[in-house]
Ligand binder design. Structure first.
Ligand SMILES: [Zn+2]
Ligand SMILES: [Zn+2]
Length: 237
């Protein structure tokens, strides 16, 4: 697939430029936006609304609140309580697998997010103003970004670095172990994005080269953005 250009603010805008919840719906011809942010802190106060503080591409903090559907639960809003719960798949705090695991340092993906509860500052009345927050649905289980807010298992910063690296490579089949460009190469079966010249280099790239964690990131990006329409400047390569 074409790797998304996570450095482009058009498909991946900062929080401050998101439309307000009161603004009219955007036309269906306008390409979607995806708010990205690295999770900093779990701020959940009530079990029905898991809430996280994230930092966007400009390193500005914003809050995201996830609305759970009927049948879904966030019982055990604290981590210790969640561990004793038995609700499995439908329990937000128990479902700690894959792209729905909201843990510190990972990157959330919110499609077509809008700002809620924001207020312009009013100096005459001495009001500071409110930045507001963004709300998203949590579907649990797997499923693309249409199925609710997703998580990529790395920070936004590293995701942007990865975009640049892949764009620099320009699709060259370079061995992840030794860096050579050989005629016969094997593709990583996990992500299908990187190449190896042989078994030894595969092992080397996986362990020393750090592909073990990178492979998960590439897979998540592919699953989330594989069928999304990103527009002209949405692609890194
Ligand atoms: Zn090699
Ligand atoms: Zn891989």
């Amino acid at each position: 697939m074409t790797f998304p250009n996570f450095t482009s603010p058009t498909p991946f805008p900062p929080f401050s430029t998101l439309p307000l919840i009161s603004s009219p719906p955007t036309s269906s011809t306008v390409k979607p936006t995806y708010l990205l942010g690295t999770i900093q802190e779990n701020m959940t106060l009530t079990p029905k609304t898991p809430t996280f503080i994230c930092r966007d591409r400009e390193n500005e903090p914003f809050a995201i609140t996830l609305k759970l559907r009927d049948g879904q639960t966030g019982e055990g809003a604290s981590v210790s309580e969640a561990k004793t719960g038995t609700n499995g798949e439908n329990n937000f705090f128990e479902h700690a697998q894959g792209r729905k695991a909201f843990t510190k340092g990972k990157c959330v993906v919110i499609k077509n997010g809008k700002r809620k509860g924001s207020q312009e500052p009013n100096e005459a009345e001495g009001k500071k103003g409110k930045k507001g927050f963004v709300e998203g649905g949590w579907e649990g289980g797997e499923g693309g970004v249409e199925g609710g807010v997703c998580v990529i298992p790395t920070s936004l910063e590293k995701l942007m670095d990865l975009t640049i690296r892949l764009a620099t490579e320009g699709g060259i089949r370079r061995c992840q172990g030794c860096g050579k460009v050989e005629e016969k190469m094997t593709r990583c079966k996990g992500c299908e994005e990187v190449w190896y010249c042989g078994k030894d280099c595969q092992v080397k790239g996986w362990t020393e080269g750090g592909h073990k964690s990178e492979c998960k990131v590439l897979k998540a990006v592919k699953e989330i953005f594989g069928s999304e329409e990103l527009g002209d400047d949405g692609f890194g390569r």
